[in-house]
Design a protein around this ligand. Structure first.
Ligand code: ATP
Length: 234
């Protein structure tokens, strides 16, 4: 579904991403793990067309994304939940979810999708008419994911969904990732929380200073000595 081929990304003179290639197949959860500054967010932003690679190509369902603008990706079936859960703070929960669905023509089936999102995140239902800026950090993360799901994406790009959340909430978010996968959405998950990410993912790539240094099945990487040492706390 997604193919990233030999991309290089620079911030001015900083060579942030170095010859990175990876794939995400339909129905998979793939995770990119790595320390702070490894380049995880940069890769997601490149896939979303916020950044341009100086070399290499990103293909979505076989089509190169080179000529597209960021806002066009949602029409192809890609949704990006950026780091830092950016919701529209002045708008209510309901309005934020509506924004996620603005491209959809099948307005009649939207009710079912709201219901689905409220089954994932019951707390959002209780807060439907609350301005989103007054939600807790965890609730805003739920809303950011819910809003992305309202566009019915084929591929969901999730940037550090667990960042800054209490352990119980982290667990909840990762459980939801599992459920979204079961509903048939393909997911590319970027995480510093390698332990949790590897537990929900099918496959993983390990990123270090802009390069992929290891890849494999998530279960195997959970047992890999060097991964354990560097990313799993022993
Ligand atoms: P984190 O987990 O801390 O979010 P990350 O793996 O997502 O880290 P990136 O944010 O992709 O890492 O950053 C990769 C590298 O690019 C870092 O060295 C960072 O300092 C640099 N970088 C990121 N954004 C910019 C920018 N706007 N200008 C210059 N350098 C940047």
């Amino acid at each position: 579904m997604l193919k990233v081929e030999n991309i290089d990304v620079y911030y001015d003179k900083i060579h942030a991403i170095k010859d990175v290639s990876f794939t995400v197949k339909q129905g998979e959860v793939v995770t990119l793990i790595g320390a702070n500054g490894a380049g995880k967010t940069t890769i997601l932003k490149t896939i979303s067309k916020i950044l341009e690679p100086t070399r290499g190509v990103v293909l979505f369902e076989g089509e190169p994304l080179s000529k597209l603008l960021p806002h066009q990706l949602v029409y192809l079936g890609m949704a990006h939940v950026p780091e830092g859960r950016r919701v529209f703070a002045q708008m209510t929960v309901k309005e934020n979810l509506e924004m996620g669905a603005y491209i959809r023509k099948d307005k009649s089936s939207m009710k079912a999708d709201y219901d689905q999102i409220f089954t994932y995140f019951p707390r959002l239902k209780e807060r439907m008419n609350q301005p989103s800026g007054t939600l807790s950090g965890g609730e805003q993360q739920m809303l950011a994911i819910g809003r992305a799901l309202m566009s019915k994406p084929k591929l969901l790009l999730l940037d550090e969904p667990s960042m800054g959340l209490a352990p119980l909430l982290v667990k909840e978010i990762f459980n939801i990732v599992q459920t979204i996968k079961k509903q048939g959405t393909t997911i590319l998950l970027v995480e510093q929380n390698a332990n949790q990410a590897l537990q929900v993912a099918d496959r993983a790539y390990v990123l270090e200073t802009g390069k992929i240094i290891k890849s494999g099945n998530a279960i195997e990487l959970l047992e890999d000595d060097s991964v354990k040492k560097a990313y799993l706390g022993g």
